[in-house]
Design a binder for this molecule. Structure first.
Ligand code: APR
Length: 349
């Protein structure tokens, strides 16, 4: 999974490079800067003193000394002054310059804190958005695994305020698991998904250009095409997860790389799936491909069933996924931001 949001102390991350939110002098400070220098030892400060400082939005690279990583990349974020002084551009430049430096040194794994989101006052949700947008754009063109390290638990509450529509949807659709009996709403949801996925009135396999997933076929079309519809149902029943995935990639006119990058899945995993017709992915990976292919709910459920999974109202993760599919929002990085704030697994490998 190329972009992963984790809750951790960045000084503990055993990656190729960690990024420090430094001050222009690069001579240490508080916050993550202070934590990194404390963990690396005095040699880090001595090397930083030879660099002659760094401009806002720029980045410099040093050794890591006593830290469990190979390099420290020091970048200087913008101070938040209300958002009208180029802060977003400068913050994006911090991530881009740091990633370019990491790439030059052949780093495969990099960990970032939320730059400027502490002492420099950048609103955490906006800082996260800039980080996710900039890093995901870089990862469309480059193979690297990037961790966004969120520190402490305070940002969890922030999340719930951030996504009121998602919270509303969860309140309406999430069903606590009841040990005895089932909740009326859960029956309704199961019944609904049963009727959608088991219905025999699946439109016949009309030619690609005219196929409309959302429109039920007119009665005359249905009568004449029932045999064709049944053939396609039986063919789909035989299809493995991998076969349906590859068929959908072709139908969407996508390349493999476009699909797995949009699914936030790394190349190695995708080649494993391509080589094994019976490959069974994890649920987050199966859903990540449904999102990358922009499948509607019935197709998502069909793909999930082939991996042995189903969407359930008693899983907050599933309810959040259903929200995004029903609202046709297939931005996997936005979805992962929300999943992270609700302490759920992220989409991708
Ligand atoms: N691991 C990961 N993230 C951390 C850690 C840590 N050990 N410590 C703090 N953070 C997080 C904060 O919660 C915040 O979200 O790093 C983010 C950036 O906060 P700051 O460290 O305050 O950095 P910034 O806002 O960019 O301000 C930089 O502060 O410490 C001084 O010398 C530094 O002058 C510079 C300024």
């Amino acid at each position: 999974m190329p972009l992963i949001i984790v809750r951790n102390d960045i000084t503990k991350m055993a990656v190729d490079a960690i990024v420090n939110a430094a001050k222009p002098s690069l001579l240490g400070g508080g916050g993550v800067d202070g934590a990194i220098h404390a963990a690396a030892g005095p040699e880090l400060l001595s090397e930083c003193a030879t660099l002659g400082g760094c401009e806002t939005g720029g980045a410099r690279i040093t050794g890591a000394y006593r830290l469990p990583c190979k390099y420290v990349i020091h970048t200087v974020g913008p101070v938040w002054r209300g958002g009208l002084f180029g802060e977003r551009r400068l913050l994006a430049s911090c991530y881009r310059s740091s990633l370019e430096l990491a790439k030059e040194r052949g780093c495969e794994t990099v960990a970032f804190p939320l730059i400027s989101a502490g002492v420099y006052g950048y609103p955490k949700d906006k800082a996260m958005r800039v980080a996710v947008d900039t890093v995901s754009a870089f990862l469309l063109e480059n193979d690297m695994t990037v961790y966004l390290v969120v520190y402490g638990s305070q940002s969890l509450q922030l999340g719930r305020k951030l996504f009121p529509h998602v919270q509303e949807y969860i309140d309406d659709h999430y069903v606590e698991q009841h040990p005895t009996g089932s909740n009326r709403r859960e029956d309704r949801w199961d019944a609904m998904s049963f009727s959608v996925s088991e219905s025999l009135s699946i439109p016949a396999m009309r030619p690609k250009e005219s196929r409309k997933q959302d429109h039920a076929p007119a009665p005359d079309q249905l009568a004449g095409s029932t045999t064709v519809a049944l053939d396609s149902i039986f063919r789909e029943l035989d299809e493995s997860f991998q076969q349906m995935l590859l068929r959908k990639i072709d139908e969407r006119g996508m390349t493999d790389a476009q699909c797995y990058k949009k699914a936030n899945v790394d190349r190695k995993l995708f080649s494993k799936i391509r080589k094994d017709v019976n490959y069974k992915p994890s649920k987050p990976t199966a859903i990540a491909f449904a999102i990358a292919l922009e499948l509607d709910l019935p197709e998502t459920e069909s793909l999930l069933r082939k991996a042995g999974f189903a969407l359930s109202p008693s899983s907050k993760f599933d309810v959040i996924i259903r929200y995004f599919i029903e609202h046709r929002n297939y931005d996997i990085f936005r979805i992962n931001e929300v999943l992270f704030y609700y302490d759920q697994s992220l989409l991708g490998v």
